[in-house]
Design a protein around this ligand. Sequence first.
Ligand SMILES: N=CN[C@@H](CCC(=O)O)C(=O)O
Length: 319
Amino acid sequence: MKLAGAGYMEIHKQGGGIHYTVNETRKCSEERLTKLLFNRLDQMLLQGTVVAEAKSGYGLDCETEMKMLRVIKKAKETHPMKIQSTYLCAHAVPPGADAAQMTKEIVEEHIPAVAKANLGVDNIDVFCEKGVYDAQQSKEMLLAGRAHGWAINFHAEELTYIKGAEMGAELDARAMSHLELVSDAAIQSMAAKKTAAVILPTTAYILKLVPPPVRQMIQNNVVVALCSDYNPNVPCFSMPFVMHLGCILCKMTMEEAFNAATINSAFSLGLTDSYGSITEGKVGSCLVLDAPSWKHIVYQLGNHQNVVKHVILEGRIHS
Ligand SMILES: N=CN[C@@H](CCC(=O)O)C(=O)O
């Protein structure tokens, strides 16, 4: 449908997209999900990623969300990469339910149950979007999550402008993702509140969206991070490709893309004390490149697996 020109929400409304993945995730065993996650993390690591944020969000019911979070917890504890766990408590409204009723259920039942289960959650996320959860409903769920110590890091202003980013800045969100339709006022507020803008150029590319106003964000001192947004809609493991798209679609310089994929990404997860730069006292991680300049990570389109020769993480070489 997508290739034939159907829009993201059109597919979603017909039961595809997130709903399709929810059905498959509910059927999938915890063991198989774990295998799939570890395999994908291995592939990301080989392409130079040493820190990843992994989200739930394809269960919608509390039981399946917890299954996803247990799988992420396993990766946090045993995969060589640094993993942060994000509880995406409201990614879609389940068929037959309505957003107001789901908001109440998530605040009163799902979030307390997840907190009680001690699943190693770091961040709380919602899909704040027209036809999904509005800014007020999103705010209620984000605040309920923050009450358990989870950082606010959520989807805002992707397909429609509903003042989600204004709301996020008001809550001192640590980060907001997408932001294709962010307003000038919200950019100012994000800069003042030091809320990171997590830019996902692969999504803008695949969904043929107008890319987010990254130049304006940078000019206004917003911390801009780049992220692969690996998900069933965007099956991209490669941060080099994301950096390339950041330069081409979002008009970033190579230096800006480099900072956005390293120190600013660490900032968006509250990890600058230990990741994001090669500095005494931080976790030792670096890439060995087979290229005349680091810029070839961005420049060599479609050949990054040969440019990134080795990934060194905590003293271990991953080739
Ligand atoms: N836009 C909402 N969530 C995901 C896509 C989820 C999906 O389509 O499976 C995103 O961040 O890109």
